[in-house]
Structures are given as structure tokens and as C-alpha cells.
Write a protein that binds this ligand. Structure first.
Ligand SMILES: Cc1cc2nc3c(=O)[nH]c(=O)nc-3n(C[C@H](O)[C@H](O)[C@H](O)COP(=O)(O)O)c2cc1C
Length: 168
């Protein structure tokens, strides 16, 4: 898919088919995420990956208020922030956001679905990720991405809004 088309047609997918996400697809998603820009090229991220059915089911209860999404997902990637690797102090959340958007766009380009599940600054979800995925204390769980073949089709939305632009 052409890059701009990928950007303009991406939507958050919260329903998934019972079809596998392959190790090759996961590797490509991680390659895309790790190719993101970061302040001072610090790359202050770690990725926790699971395809384990029991862990995915547990994420539904521990992180997503029992939603079916993680029970349908075939994989999940948790982006974690390692503040000790920040190229410039305090920029790590922006760096992880760049990785997150690369991951989302790569997934859409590969005809996989995902959605950004906020973890950082949501204490019960942070605790759930630590418990289910065994995240060590030195990493800060940032955002979680369930993955699967889309089980829903959402129309592209055109959100360009001239009123948000100030030409000076
Ligand atoms: C920082 C951030 C946090 C988000 N957190 C959640 C979340 O916790 N749960 C969820 O279902 N969607 C979450 N989303 C997805 C948004 O709801 C979604 O991007 C927005 O409604 C626009 O829809 P679209 O992604 O289909 O374009 C989050 C998105 C961002 C960027």
C-alpha cells in the first residue's frame, strides 16, 4: 500500500478473526517500530510480545476491563519505556509514541488490525501488564497493541479541519 493511503485509511480495530498472526509478521511490526525517530537517537524502548492464549485472555481481564478484544486477539505487543536509555531526559514518551504509530501503520499496511490501548498513567492497567506479562521494574509499560486479522471493516475518516490551522 502506498504510504499516504496507509495513513489516510488506518482505523482502530477492536474485533479480530480467529486467524493466526505469524512470527514473520510480528518481526516486521517490530522492525517498523524500532525504525522510528527518537530524541538523540536514544531508542528508549523495549517490546514485550506474546502469542500465548492464556496471557492474551488474562490481559482482557487485567487490562481491558473484560473486553472481548484481547480474547479475540492472536498476539499483543506492549511498548515499554526504559528511561535510562532516553537520549534526552523527559523525551521518552514522545519516542515511544513514534514507535507506536509506526507499529500501527505497519500493521494496517500488512492488513492486520490493532488499536492503541493506553497503559502509562493508568495505574490499574500498568499493574495488569506487569502481572500478566512479567514486566520488570526498570521498564515503564507505555502502550499495548492487540493484533489480529481484522474482524471489522471501518470506513476511512477524512479529518482535515481548516479551522485548526493558523496561517501566519
Ligand atoms: C494515546 C492514545 C490512547 C488510546 N487509548 C485507547 C484505549 O485505551 N482504548 C481504546 O479502545 N482505544 C484507545 N485509543 C484509540 C482511539 O480511541 C482512536 O485512535 C480514536 O478514537 C480515533 O479512531 P481511529 O484510530 O479509528 O482513527 C487510543 C489512542 C491514542 C492515540
Amino acid at each position: 500500500m502506498e504510504t499516504l493511503k496507509t495513513i489516510m485509511t488506518r482505523r482502530s480495530i477492536r474485533k479480530f478473526e480467529n486467524a493466526p498472526v505469524t512470527e514473520a509478521q510480528i518481526k516486521t511490526l517490530l522492525e517498523a517500530a524500532m525504525n522510528a525517530p527518537s530524541a538523540g537517537d536514544g531508542r528508549p524502548w523495549h517490546f514485550v510480545v506474546t502469542t500465548d492464549r492464556a496471557k492474551l485472555d488474562a490481559l482482557a481481564d487485567s487490562v481491558d476491563e473484560g473486553n472481548a478484544m484481547f480474547k479475540q486477539a492472536q498476539a499483543a505487543i506492549l511498548i515499554c519505556l526504559d528511561e535510562s536509555l532516553e537520549g534526552f531526559k523527559g523525551f521518552g514518551q514522545q519516542d515511544c509514541s513514534c514507535a507506536a504509530q509506526n507499529l500501527q501503520l505497519a500493521a494496517h499496511n500488512m492488513e492486520l488490525g490493532t488499536v492503541w490501548i493506553a497503559i502509562i498513567n493508568v495505574p490499574p492497567r500498568t499493574a495488569g501488564c506487569r502481572k500478566v506479562l512479567g514486566v520488570p521494574d526498570n521498564l515503564v509499560p507505555f502502550a499495548l497493541f492487540p493484533l489480529g486479522v481484522p474482524g471489522e471493516t471501518l470506513e476511512a475518516e477524512y479529518r482535515y479541519d481548516e479551522s485548526r490551522i493558523r496561517r501566519v
